[in-house]
Design a protein around this ligand. Structure first.
Ligand code: COA
Length: 248
């Protein structure tokens, strides 16, 4: 597969996949996610390091596409997104996200699907989908809840709150904060690549949460929310750079 949205570099037993969209905050469209999946599955079973070029890891799913989705196609979109996130979660070697700038929406869901997260202290995190009249549709409701618990997860997702890396670290969402986040992640990836791969594969399987029926419900809910008028208003308001006026 030819890659247009990512860069791939191998260094021994580590493959680095860099999100490199033309837009500076690396919005994620399905083509980009498909390229990430392909680069991981065809890595020769290397440890994977995922990060973003430009100003961000990723500011989320590409909002420009959300006006084109309908009730039906949104469910299909979420299902494929889930499959790609599950590929990362099920990949037999560790997948590390090295995060800077913004890690929002689908970008945060991509990071949550990884096994380890190392971030620059200036990074902003959040699942702001409700502020657009939609909801996280790539497994974020479930993965965030499993990591931080339902009280905190509901508060964060229901308000769409954005928070800095120190709070993400305090909540257990990050393994490490580092000014040299990329070098720190590269060293960790090389260290993990030297460890026995079957032990790591089994540990990953045992420790990681497996998708259950609530993951499936998230796909349906993502489709459903596209039937309501607040989605059109929320997405339009973002594109027109104004505050959304939702129904009473
Ligand atoms: N999808 C598509 N384009 C996006 C995007 C997204 N998720 N996030 C940012 N962009 C685009 C902006 O539209 C802008 O494009 P333009 O230069 O053509 O106008 C460009 O990236 C830079 O963003 P801008 O908002 O000008 O940068 P900023 O530094 O002022 O603000 C953010 C950065 C992250 C705070 C702001 O872009 C933002 O809130 N983005 C949306 C985040 C979001 O809701 N993500 C969840 C999506 S489901």
């Amino acid at each position: 597969m030819e890659y247009e949205n990512i860069l791939v570099k191998d260094n021994g037993k580590v493959r680095t996949v860099t999100l490199n969209r033309k837009s500076p905050l690396n919005p994620l469209d399905m083509d980009t996610l498909r390229e990430i999946k392909d680069a991981i599955l065809n890595s020769g079973n290397r440890v994977i390091l995922l990060h973003g070029a430009n100003r961000a890891f990723s500011a989320g799913a590409d909002i420009n596409n959300f006006m084109k989705l309908s009730n039906d196609t949104a469910g299909v979109f979420a299902k494929e997104g889930h499959d790609i996130m599950n590929t990362i979660a099920n990949y037999p070697r560790p997948v590390i996200a090295a995060i800077h700038g913004y890690c929002l929406g689908g970008g945060f869901e991509l990071a949550l699907a990884c096994d380890l997260r190392i971030a620059h202290p200036d990074t902003t995190f959040g699942l702001p989908e409700v502020t657009l009249g939609i909801l996280p549709g790539f497994g974020g409701t479930q993965r965030l809840r499993h990591i931080v618990g339902e009280t905190v997860a509901f508060g964060l997702i229901a308000t769409g709150k954005r928070y800095k890396a120190d709070e993400a670290y305090r909540l257990g969402l990050l393994n490490e904060l580092s000014e040299n986040y990329l070098e720190t992640a590269e060293k960790l990836a090389q260290d993990l690549a030297k460890l026995p791969k079957e032990s790591l594969r089994l540990v990953k399987h045992l420790v990681r949460n497996s998708p259950d029926e609530k993951f499936e419900e998230e796909i349906d809910a993502f489709g459903e929310v596209f039937a309501y008028p607040d989605r059109e208003e929320g997405v339009k308001a973002f594109l027109e750079k104004r505050e959304a006026k939702f129904q009473e």
